[in-house]
Design a protein around this ligand. Structure first.
Ligand SMILES: *Cc1c(COP(=O)(O)O)cnc(C)c1O
Length: 457
């Protein structure tokens, strides 16, 4: 490490509290000071490059500093920086809302500025809807075990990950957690579809018993990302949509990580059709979007919903029916401009076909781990590929979390110039869509070698 690099790291550690970090780790784990980025590459202050194998926390879908997005942001800076969004509106927000309505086939767009805030909005809107239509008892939520929906108190409450939740449990509302359709848990010889279909019995039972007090079911479609990239079959979403309709409960689809083509379709929920005969994809009553929305450049989120929900809030002011939720930076024009450019780039070529090709290449390389003695599963959904490391796969004995096997992969990655950031014992690849074959080669080789190293003793 150069003197200048060490300087920046020390200054950072002296005054910044970094996210999702035990700061004491940095007594021995160097922090990486980044100076610039382009495409899939991050460059540190000494000139060393790192391939961004996790799209900078899943946000950067089109590569860093994409020229179209950069140009659109610069252009926006010449006209309007920001304006209060109550009582005022502007072209970038209107255009973006129009586009998102068209792409999601939903009717209304409410802006927020990060994923957790979008989840809060959806939860509040759902419960408030039921109150407005004269069913005030419907205030509860149903979520899946192993789910993740963000870190603010409401979003954290509907997540089921002890690591994030435990310390705050006494302050959190209590949703009903229903067994996840996660296919890692399937019995040997059972197909993904059968496993997910059977798991639905738990959901059906919860809805049958609690629909009267439940506002909404919230799910991450197909992939429980922060929960270790656990995946399930789209049939579950088809059944869930049907059951929510039947029981009069909203469905909140959290596409924050899976949206914008990550799973090989524009929305992960596009994989699920309303019924067996139909080509029509299921839709949530609420759809939460963020992360990839601005191509990883600006903080922005959107909650898409139906006209039915919107109309239940539409009344004279005195009725207390309005949705009086706001964030200072709602609909920020620069962020909206970045999102519009991102959607333009997404529409400009057939990214879904390209993603399936790149995904196939990732699979071809990573599948050599299928015979590894400490690999329990290699699974994939589009541009998300995950490897589950286990002490003894046949006995299903996990590595104790305290051994921090994933951290060894992280360190090996940094050494070789690849940013991998395993979730516990799950090593995953989630690169920007612009990644080239030779970069896939480097990323997969580094991940494979890292897994060999991390499981050697
Ligand atoms: C990241 C994430 C969130 C939270 O978004 P933030 O912008 O980090 O608050 C919510 N839901 C899912 C599925 C996510 O992956």
């Amino acid at each position: 490490m150069t003197q200048a690099q060490d300087d920046l790291m020390q200054r950072s550690l002296a005054c910044i509290w970094h996210p999702c970090t035990q700061m004491k780790d940095h007594e021995w784990l160097p922090m990486v000071p980044i100076a610039s980025a382009e495409g899939v590459w991050l460059t540190d202050t000494s000139g060393k490059r790192y391939l961004d194998g996790i799209s900078s926390w899943w946000t950067n879908i089109l590569g860093h500093r994409h020229p179209v997005i950069m140009a659109r942001i610069k252009q926006q800076l010449d006209t309007l920086d920001h304006v209060i969004f109550a009582g005022f509106t502007h072209e970038p927000a209107v255009q973006l809302a129009e586009k998102l309505c068209e792409l999601t086939q939903l009717d209304r767009c409410f802006f927020a500025d990060n994923g957790s805030a979008a989840v809060e909005v959806a939860l509040k809107m759902s419960a408030h809807y039921w109150r407005n239509v004269g069913q005030p008892a419907k205030t509860g939520f149903i979520a899946l075990t192993n789910s993740y929906h963000g870190e603010t108190l409401g979003a954290l409450a509907v997540g089921d990950n002890a690591l994030y939740r435990e310390a705050y449990a006494p302050m959190l509302m209590q949703p009903r957690f229903v067994t996840s359709p996660d296919c890692f848990e399937r019995a040997p010889g059972t197909s993904w579809e059968d496993h997910s279909r059977r798991a639905f019995a738990h959901m059906e039972m919860a809805l049958e018993q609690h629909a009267a007090t439940t506002a909404a079911v919230i799910v991450e479609p197909l992939v429980q990302c922060a929960g270790g990239m656990r995946m399930y079959h789209p049939v579950y979403l088809t059944m869930l949509r049907e059951a929510c309709n039947r029981h009069g409960v909203h469905l909140i689809v959290d596409e924050i990580a899976t949206g914008f083509g990550r799973t090989g379709m524009l929305w992960a929920s596009d994989w699920a059709k309303v019924d067996r005969e139909s080509a029509e994809p299921i839709r949530g009553d609420f759809m939460c979007l963020s992360k990839g929305l601005t191509g990883g450049t600006m903080a922005l989120a959107a909650v898409m919903t139906t006209n039915t929900v919107y109309q239940a809030f539409y009344d004279d002011y005195a009725s207390y029916k309005a949705f009086l939720h706001s964030h200072s930076y709602t609909g920020n024009p620069i962020a909206c401009a970045a999102a519009l450019a991102t959607l333009d780039v997404l529409a400009s070529e057939n990214w879904m076909a390209r993603n399936r090709e790149v995904g196939h290449l990732m699979w071809m390389r990573m599948s050599e781990l299928l015979s590894h003695p400490h690999v329990a599963e290699v699974r994939q959904q589009g541009m998300i590929l995950a490897v589950e490391m286990m002490k003894n796969p046949s006995r299903r004995t996990p590595y104790p979390a305290s051994e921090r096997r994933g951290l060894r992969v992280y360190q090996h990655g940094l050494d070789k110039g690849v940013l991998l950031r395993p979730l516990g014992n799950v090593v995953y690849l989630m690169p920007p869509y612009v990644i080239e074959s030779k970069e896939v080669e480097l990323m997969t080789r580094t991940a494979i070698d890292g897994i060999h190293l991390a499981t050697r003793d």
